[in-house]
Every structure is written in structure tokens, then in C-alpha cells.
Unconditional design. Structure first.
Length: 339
């Protein structure tokens, strides 16, 4: 059967709204069960405790295809309701997925058993059961080039560049539902330690090839800024979805501060929702208990939950939202500390 591109790119992925359902009764039942349901209930309680702790700066870490999977609105809600203070993410989530949607493009419902050769011919990219128009992604790449072209040549952290992406969306965006835009408006810093490994990488390669005097992204500057925020925070809590580079980058700020001769506490709270397991010895599945041996995460308020994030994240976020502890929490607007 010959595919029709318009037919394939018809049904948009709809982002789940945690305000429309209350997961508290479900999570409370999970608490009386076993295995990952009980682990998720414990993670929910730890996240609620983080929100209640007035001294705690909350860092949301993101990896995986979370926005294309329908989780964008949750991240926007967490920012809007002061339930997180800093974001550390992969570039794909920030640029290829969220900024992309802010430009007015969409992810579409697809299917797993697709004929990928035909998709390639139609310039449709597939992420498991979702489809993307490659032509739209090329516009996204070139928009990052346009932003770089408009900046003074020099060295920037990804945080500074992403701030300008938010500013761009504020002026030129076609869809106000973007966490890059929401973070810009609320002065929530977003860090992407491997920024070039995304749609922005293509735009920046083009920008640097074309311009002798150009913009460069310095991941050390990111690490320095994030460490500065750790030093300025009394306590920190980590809400990690997926794992990967963002998980280690934020955990390492404790060690970086120590190397600078500043005595900071380990991350007091840590929750990770992931499908990675610990048997391969890699970072993504390494337990938060293990991170204690490295002096990065304190023991007592740490919980791993093994499950896919499109299922676990909405339940956790809805629980914390409906608990309402965020009502007593003030926005920290940490971007303003780095200007
Ligand atoms: N995800 C994409 O579609 C995509 C596209 C272009 C570029 N990239 C780049 O590839 C690099 C790696 O990013 P990545 O997104 O593949 O993450 P990753 O491979 O670094 O993910 C880290 C861990 O998170 C876990 N994880 C991922 N999705 C999950 C989910 N839905 N539920 C539970 N756990 C989950 C994985 O098991 C993995 O162990 C980044 O630099 C990113 O910018 C990713």
C-alpha cells in the first residue's frame, strides 16, 4: 500500500493535562501494594516533601522522547506552579521537540510496524509510534541558526542560548504551549550539557561555517553556572525522568563545588523514573543509593521507579499537583542570579 503523507500526518499527539485528573487515590492504593506501584507511591511522597521544603531548590532532569510522547504540558505546569526551579535536559527534548512545537509544528500519531523505506521517501521521521515531518525539523534547525546569527559573537552557555530561544518564541512563536517559552517567562534556567546533539547542532554548524566571528556553546560554562546555583541553594532535590547525561551532570555539581573548596550538602532528595536497569553498570540505571557512595545523593529520601515515563510521570505529577503543596512555594527565578 502506498502511503499518503497528508493522511499520515493528520492526528496530532495531545499532551496530557495533569490538572484534569487526580491520581491521589490511585497512588494511595499503590502504596499498599508491592513492586513498582509501591516504589512510585514512595517517589510521589518524596517529591511532595521536596515541594514542601522551603529550603529546597528542585531540579527537573529530562532524557528520552518525552515531549514527542505527550508530556510537554506537564513540564509547563510544573514551571507555572513553582514545582521546579531548574531544568537540565537533552537537546532533543528542548530543541527538536519543545521549541519545534513552539514554532507551530507537531508530532503525529503513527504506528510501530510502518514501512520505514516509504517514510524515508516521504521525509517522515519515526519515533516508535509517532511521526514527524522532516521538512518541519529543517525549519527548526535553521531557526536556531537565525537566533545564533542575531547574537553577538562570543562564548555562551546553553542556558544563555536557550533563553534567547524563549525570547524568540515570545516574539515569533506560533504555539504558546512551550516549556522553553514558559521557562523564559518565569526565569527558570534550562541547561543542555550536550546541546549540539540536537536540531540546534545543525543550525550551529551552519552558523559557524558561514561566520568567522561566531557564537560557541561552552558546556563548561553550563557546568560552572549549574554549580553556582547548587552553591547558592541551601538544599537540592532532583526529579529525574529517564537518566542519561542530565542525571550525571546535575549530580556532579556536588563534586564540582567540593573541588572549588565550597562545602555543599549532597542532593537531599532524588527521584528517578526510568526503564534503565542497574545490571550493565551504566549511569542511567545506576541506583540513587549507589550515588550515595560517590557523595552525590544523600540517603533517606531517594527512590528509583522502574517504568516507562509516559505512564509514571503523569501519575507522579498529578499527585503532587493535587496535593497542592506548591501553593505555599515561591518562584525562585534563578536565571536572574546568573545575569
Ligand atoms: N530522543 C530522541 O528522539 C533524540 C533525537 C535526536 C537526538 N537525540 C539526542 O540523543 C542523546 C540521547 O538522548 P535520548 O533521548 O536518547 O536519551 P538517553 O538515551 O540518554 O536516555 C537515558 C535513559 O533514559 C531512559 N529513558 C528514555 N526514555 C524513557 C522513558 N520514556 N521512560 C523511562 N525511561 C526512559 C533510557 O532507558 C535511558 O537509559 C541526547 O543528546 C539527545 O539530544 C535524541
Amino acid at each position: 500500500m502506498k502511503y499518503d503523507k497528508k493522511e499520515l500526518l493528520k492526528e496530532k499527539i495531545q499532551h496530557i493535562d495533569i490538572k484534569k485528573f487526580n491520581s491521589i487515590p490511585l497512588i494511595e492504593s499503590f502504596d499498599n501494594m508491592a513492586f513498582q506501584s509501591r516504589n512510585l507511591a514512595k517517589a510521589c511522597k518524596i517529591y511532595d516533601t521536596m515541594i514542601k521544603d522551603k529550603d529546597c531548590t528542585i531540579v527537573l532532569c529530562l532524557a528520552g522522547s518525552l515531549v514527542s510522547g505527550g508530556l510537554k504540558k506537564i513540564i509547563i505546569d510544573l514551571i507555572e506552579h513553582n514545582m521546579i526551579d531548574i531544568i537540565v535536559s537533552t537537546g532533543a527534548i528542548v530543541v527538536d521537540q519543545d521549541f519545534f512545537e513552539g514554532l507551530g509544528f507537531n508530532h503525529y500519531r503513527g504506528f510501530v510496524n510502518a514501512d520505514d523505506n516509504q517514510l524515508r521517501e516521504l521525509m517522515i521521521d519515526r519515533i516508535y509510534d509517532t511521526f514527524i515531518d522532516e521538512g518541519d525539523l529543517r525549519v527548526c534547525d535553521m531557526t536556531t541558526k537565525k537566533i545564533a546569527d542575531s547574537m553577538n559573537p562570543g562564548v555562551y552557555s546553553s542556558r544563555e542560548f536557550i533563553y534567547d530561544m524563549g525570547k524568540y518564541l515570545d516574539k515569533n512563536g506560533k504555539n504558546p504551549e512551550s516549556f522553553v517559552l514558559e521557562a523564559y517567562k518565569n526565569e527558570v534556567p534550562i541547561f543542555c550539557p550536550a546541546f549540539s546533539d540536537s536540531s540546534a547542532g545543525f543550525g550551529l554548524v551552519f552558523h559557524q561555517t558561514e561566520k568567522k566571528e561566531h557564537v560557541s556553546i561552552d558546556s563548561v560554562k553550563d557546568f560552572k553556572e549549574l554549580t553556582e546555583l547548587k552553591v547558592k541553594s541551601k538544599e537540592t532535590g532532583l526529579l529525574m525522568i529517564g537518566g542519561g547525561v542530565p542525571k550525571n551532570f546535575v549530580q556532579d555539581t556536588v563534586v564540582a563545588a567540593d573541588i572549588l573548596g565550597v562545602d555543599v550538602p549532597m542532593h537531599k532528595y532524588a527521584v528517578q523514573l526510568t526503564v534503565a536497569d542497574e545490571r550493565d553498570g551504566a549511569l542511567s540505571g545506576s541506583t540513587l543509593k549507589e550515588a550515595n557512595s560517590w557523595g552525590k545523593v544523600d540517603s533517606g529520601f531517594e527512590q528509583m521507579v522502574f517504568g516507562e515515563a509516559t505512564v509514571t510521570f503523569p501519575l507522579l505529577a498529578s499527585y503532587a499537583h493535587h496535593k497542592g503543596s506548591w501553593k505555599d512555594r515561591k518562584a525562585k527565578r534563578l536565571n536572574t542570579l546568573l545575569k
